[in-house]
Ligand binder design. Structure first.
Ligand code: PRP
Ligand code: URA
Length: 212
């Protein structure tokens, strides 16, 4: 697993606002969108390109364009990951979008897969998983193996906040043959007894969309 923790004053500023319990939902949603766009810059660093020559108004420029076949696959993990989709698609408009609905059983922290809408065959596809929170790592481990089992060749998770125990679990649990990276804005040391990241930012899904 390759881990990137963004180190940038814009990221620090926005993450601090996001953590603040007094930040209202409308602002929380905007901050999530802005943070994922900054993360996407890093997460897409290795996308493949082809040389392309274009005529400028005054000459010829030898540039590059992103390869569109196979199209990158963006997969928000419902529900909280949905809050990251618009920000990601703003940078990668040619991507396809698949959906994975995962829910933690709040008592056991086991993962329930309640929705899936993705191509059966992801052979050779680069996939970007979106989920603001990486707590115990159970949801992300489930999602990574799900995509790899369908043939995904490279998987990059974009999370806003991760907990150290969750990252350690992923190091152990994600099968070593999987080309897997994680990009986060920050890493907190602890989880509480309910599997919440401490100090974290609370329940990301609830802060985005309301309490269920
Ligand atoms: C949250 C979060 C992650 C998961 C992280 O989702 O969005 O998917 O918990 O926890 P883990 O690393 O311990 O698996 P939740 O299950 O609360 O569902 P929601 O997005 O519908 O709120
Ligand atoms: N899910 C969240 O939304 N927040 C946490 O701290 C842990 C899991």
């Amino acid at each position: 697993m390759h881990l990137t923790v963004l180190d940038h004053p814009l990221v620090d500023h926005k993450l601090t606002l996001l953590r603040d319990k007094n930040t209202p939902s409308s602002e929380f949603r905007e901050l999530v969108k802005e943070l994922v766009t900054l993360e996407a810059y890093e997460a897409t660093r290795n996308l493949s390109t082809t040389e392309k020559t274009v005529a400028t108004p005054v000459g010829v420029a030898h540039g590059k364009k992103l390869n569109e076949s196979p199209r990158p696959m963006v997969v928000p993990i419902l529900r909280a990951g949905l809050g990251m989709l618009d920000g990601m698609m703003a940078l990668l408009p040619m991507a396809e979008v698949g959906f994975l609905g995962l829910k933690r059983n709040e008592a056991t922290l086991d993962i329930i897969t309640y929705a899936q809408r993705l191509p059966e065959d992801l052979t050779g596809r680069e996939c970007f998983l979106l989920d603001p929170m990486l707590a115990t790592g159970g949801s992300l481990a489930t999602a990574v193996h799900y995509l790899h089992d369908r043939g995904a060749s490279k998987i990059t998770a974009i999370d806003i906040l991760a907990a150290k125990p969750g990252l350690e679990r992923l190091e152990k649990e994600v099968r070593p043959e999987i080309d897997f990276s994680v990009v986060v804005c920050g890493v907190d040391d602890e989880l509480n007894e309910h599997g919440y990241i401490i100090p974290g930012l609370g329940d990301a899904g609830d802060r985005l969309y309301g309490v269920v």
